[in-house]
Design a protein. Structure first.
Length: 425
């Protein structure tokens, strides 16, 4: 019996597996003292509205004692910012799912051990870890859970016996007064899902650029060209959504052939060649089975090793791209002598290790990566300008190719159908 208790104590004291990274929302727009002053303003305004008023530009003004509370202004999230937030959420959720399945297996093993030894402590410890991970999964899946009332529903339309009926009857105060509601789930809290708070100067510049584009004119230069701390002009890029710099992104769709393999983008070529060099053939096959840059980044997120010569690989990729007749040569030459900065927040040689909106993106001394993508593009640009790049000869059919758009569309439909069948099972 003593041996059983000793084994149980050792199992319970064993360190839990390393927990996945904690998903965190962006920092609240106001520091606590400022937030306290804002709350105090509105409480006081309800009693003395004449002393607590709004300025012409929308800030809060206190007349006695005199003072102004400067408010930040609200802007919708840019697609790249929303994509980065969603990628962080999906990465965290994937890690939690893996950890959850591991702990579930540990719980099953603990129960089997209990049946033979009677040791309950490992079961309780494993069950608690499973419960904690399940709670974290649910919180990341949907940050906000709410109910939406359904006005004046027809009684015969409420099929409460149906397996997938999401509407429910709730008692609201009066037990005879029931209301039909629909459950609703949201990935992010509204203040982070809808936009961000920024200082006035940034808002003014962004609004001017948006107004100019909305008027049908050329995009404002400040929207795509910035000045680094060392004085150089720069094109900072990441995703493909920019009307001017999007083609610089390694996720930009561009079919080209390199070493008898046809790729759909520079990112796919880099990740496939990286997987080949690291001996990860299964991963390479998965990379070639999708054309989505987001999916490629997702399935390679845990690969931390890089090619021995990452800079050389990126230069080889972009040389092959711009040797193609359809390569965007004119667009690249139009960037002049601007520095090309790949603002990939993932650490490694490819980008600078900072996101586009990071405060240090314009300060090269704060970069965490080597910006291999940007440097490769600058090298190719120089070769194009000097006429040193020859157009590639017509190649025979490649021996290997990524999935086509038609094949990917069929695969997507098949996945939807299979998922629907599983849900009906």
């Amino acid at each position: 019996m003593a041996e059983t208790e000793a084994a149980a104590s050792a199992a319970a004291a064993a360190p839990a597996p390393e927990a996945p990274p904690k998903f965190e929302y962006p920092k609240h727009p106001y520091e606590k003292p400022v937030m306290d002053s804002i709350n105090k303003f509105f409480r006081s305004r309800s009693k003395k509205p004449a002393n607590f008023v709004y300025t012409a530009d929308g800030n809060l003004e206190v007349k006695d004692p005199a003072g102004t509370i400067q408010l930040k202004r609200f802007l919708p999230l840019e697609p790249s910012e929303r994509a980065a937030l969603e990628e962080l959420r999906l990465d965290t959720l994937a890690d939690l799912e893996t950890q959850y399945e591991t702990e579930r297996a540990a719980l099953v093993s603990a129960w089997e051990e209990y049946r033979s030894t009677g040791a309950m402590r490992p079961v309780l410890a494993a069950n608690q870890r499973v419960a904690d991970l399940d709670a974290r999964r649910n919180a990341v899946r949907s940050a906000v859970r709410n109910i939406v009332p359904i006005e004046n529903p027809k009684t015969n339309e409420i099929l409460l016996a149906q397996r997938y009926e999401e509407r429910k009857l709730l008692e609201i105060r009066d037990p005879f007064d029931k209301e039909v509601v629909r459950l609703s789930f949201y990935d992010f809290m509204p203040e982070f899902d809808q936009g961000k708070y920024v200082v006035d100067q940034e808002v003014a510049e962004a609004e001017a650029a948006a107004a100019e584009e909305a008027a049908g004119g050329e995009p404002s230069e400040m929207a795509f060209r910035q000045t680094l701390k060392d004085g150089r002009k720069a094109r900072v890029f990441f995703d493909t959504d920019s009307a001017v710099n999007g083609f610089l992104s390694p996720m930009w769709a561009m079919k080209f052939t390199m070493d008898d393999t046809e790729y759909s983008s520079a990112l796919q070529a880099y990740e496939a060649e990286r997987a080949r060099e690291l001996g990860m053939n299964d991963l390479r096959e998965s990379i070639l089975k999708t054309r989505s840059g987001r999916t490629i980044r997702l399935i390679t997120r845990k690969v931390t090793n890089h090619p021995a010569d990452a800079k050389g690989l990126w230069l080889k990729i972009y040389t092959n791209i711009y040797q193609q007749p359809a390569g965007p040569k004119a667009e690249l030459l139009a960037t002049g002598t601007d520095a090309l900065v790949f603002a990939d927040l993932r650490e490694g040689p490819s980008g600078i290790g900072l996101a586009e909106k990071d405060s240090g993106v314009l300060d090269p001394t704060k970069w965490k990566g080597e910006n291999a993508v940007g440097l490769a593009l600058e090298t190719v640009r120089t070769q194009l300008r000097e006429g040193a790049m020859e157009e590639a000869p017509a190649n025979s059919a490649p021996k290997e190719a990524s999935i086509t758009e038609e094949q990917q569309a069929k695969a997507r439909v098949g996945a939807i159908v299979n998922n629907a069948r599983r849900n009906r099972a």
